[in-house]
Design a protein around this ligand. Sequence first.
Ligand code: SF4
Length: 330
Amino acid sequence: MDPQRQLLSASDISVHFPVKSGGASGKSRRVSAVNGISFEIRRGETLGLVGESGCGKTTFGRALLRLGHGVVEGRVVFDGKEISSLDNRSFRPLRKEMQMIFQDPFGSLNPRITVGQMLQEVLAVHRIARGEAARKRTLELLDIVGLNREYAERYPHEFSGGQRQRVGIARALAVRPRFIICDEPVSALDVSIQSQIINLLRDLQREFDLTYLFIAHDLSVVEYISDRVAVMYLGKVVEIASSEELYTNPKHPYTQALLSAIPVPEPDSKRKRILLKGDLPGPMSIPSGCSFHPRCPVAKPECSRTEPRLLPQGDDASHPVSCLLYQEII
Ligand code: SF4
């Protein structure tokens, strides 16, 4: 990809957690929640990241912003600068550039201070504005996210779920970021409110030239907002394509199963639901070979022995897929 178009590049990102093995030796071993993820995010685009709960989406997002636990390996380049090797002090200024909107807006807001105080605190901590300038900017931020200016005097518990998510967005925007990770930002909201928040995020993206990594398990929400979509399974990306290509021509059997579960408005639709066997295995018991093989409806014997790689597919190689069916091995 043209480096000028690329805002963030993640290369071979893994996140491991040490766990006690439980044996008499008392030794600990490593469990991988994210296993060798690589992709780029272009300036001004929304990259959707989808997969079942527990597949490592949020762990990956937090690792990019250094907000999670665990040991992170791999290389992250932001705006042409390698940032993964920076110490915490050198990384601090980047916190303004890279923000996160959380799934649970209530859990991420301090219940003891008003929303106005919270926003002013953010502006002061990041040395953006203090005093009257901070108060003025707070009111502007409330305007930007579609909240009444009088709400600056309210506490988080006085807001509805959708309003609290607007406050969470205002807090992220307060520092004028360029890149925002939206971590399941609408999954706790009613469907009617979900579309309002998604439309707000799209409007803000255009207005402030923002780039999003949009993490969700709901594929219909991701289709609506994303330019490209990456599908994750058990800590790995198994398919990436433009939103249009992925939803009309899914190649990986896991993506095909996920898409088959989306309700279709036409009652005469011939689309058949693909039911997956069993549950998502835990990170302690990742299957050998292709980790999807115990649930894959088209698995072959070789799938339990050989691990597929994420390799480009399609005429312009813009549709990488990790499945042996496309690698002339089976
Ligand atoms: Fe299914 Fe085999 Fe492809 Fe894995 S490699 S997705 S098990 S066909």
